[in-house]
Design a protein around this ligand. Structure first.
Ligand code: CAA
Length: 284
């Protein structure tokens, strides 16, 4: 199946990043969210990340205009009825995702593939909530989507080969490298990455070193591009906590328990970059 048009549910960090990738690759994208203000913010994010490419000379102003013209926005799920693929990129909450997936399933054409950008929730379980589990797949992008080259393609128990192939092909057209992953909590990357980030929060909470020192340790000692606590702020502390909760629930192994400081910060509304404050301050 040749995917030409894409619907994206959610205009947040991941949804707008996916819209950017589509726009640059010449793929039409319809971004849906519940409020006009969320859509405006998401569309502005697409505009500023495309502007980075203009500043670097990768594309010119005409290229930017053409790319932005490929992205349209709507508050109505029904407006996604004619697309070839719908990618759900809403908040990492299973009940919410199921509600959205059922609404999408009800309006999408019979041939439409439905994908989820979930960071950790079972693809098999999400698939069971809709009428087309064979045409349901995990398509997990990484943050920031315009820069990160990976897409995990996660096969649920009933996902068809044709669905996996179509989404893998699309990932390549978007300039990404797909890896095929078996359905399991956290898939591959977050299964490995998130416990490391969580451990950095434990280290901070136990007073082993300051946030700056912990981050310097992993940057200078392991050549990581940014430190783990700065990465927590980028990913979103609420997202990290949700992933750790999923890992802990799935494996019942104490090694996945979320750091108390992580939960405390989420409870306080300190979510990282998106809230202006996490382990570092982003005010102003
Ligand atoms: N949108 C578009 N482009 C961006 C961007 C954004 N939000 N942020 C950075 N860039 C681009 C810049 O334009 C720049 O491009 P060029 O090199 O072509 O000029 C490049 O990225 C580097 O940016 P900077 O020099 O400003 O900053 P940096 O050197 O600190 O790099 C980074 C930024 C690429 C994000 C780097 O910090 C990095 O690789 N961080 C780790 C990211 C990571 O691990 N992501 C995975 C998160 S886990 C996840 O997403 C899974 C999940 O489910 C939770």
């Amino acid at each position: 199946m040749n995917i030409k048009t894409i619907g994206i549910i959610g205009a947040g960090t991941m949804g707008s990043g996916i819209a950017h990738a589509c726009a640059i690759a010449g793929v039409e994208a319809v971004m849906q969210d519940v409020s006009e203000s969320a859509l405006e913010k998401g569309f502005k994010t697409v505009g500023s990340s495309i502007e980075r490419l203009v500043r670097k000379g990768t594309i010119d102003d005409a290229g930017k205009t053409a790319a932005l013209a490929r992205v349209c926005t709507t508050t109505r799920v029904e407006d996604l009825a004619s697309v070839d693929l719908i990618i759900e990129a809403a908040t990492e909450n299973e009940a919410l995702k199921i509600k959205i997936l059922r609404a999408v399933d009800a309006i999408a054409q019979p041939g439409t593939i439905i994908a989820t950008n979930t960071s950790s929730i079972s693809i098999t379980r999400l698939a069971a909530s809709i009428s087309r589990p064979e045409q349901f797949v995990g398509m997990h992008f990484f943050n920031p989507v315009p820069v990160m080259a990976l897409v995990e393609v996660i096969r649920g128990l009933r996902t068809s080969d044709a669905t996996v192939d179509a989404v893998g092909e699309l990932a390549k057209r978007l300039g990404k490298t797909p890896i095929g992953v078996k359905n399991s909590a956290g898939f591959v990357v977050n299964r490995i990455l998130c416990p490391m980030l969580n451990e950095a929060v434990f280290a901070l909470g136990e007073g082993l070193a300051s946030a700056e020192e912990i981050d310097a340790g992993m940057k200078l000692g392991c050549n990581h591009p940014i430190g783990p606590l700065a990465l927590c702020d980028m990913v979103g502390l609420d997202v990290l906590l949700a992933v750790m909760d999923v890992l802990y629930d799935a494996f019942k192994d104490p090694k996945y328990r979320p750091a108390p400081l992580l939960r405390e910060m989420v409870d306080a509304g300190l979510l990282g970059r998106k809230s202006g404050q996490g382990f570092y301050s982003y005010a102003g």
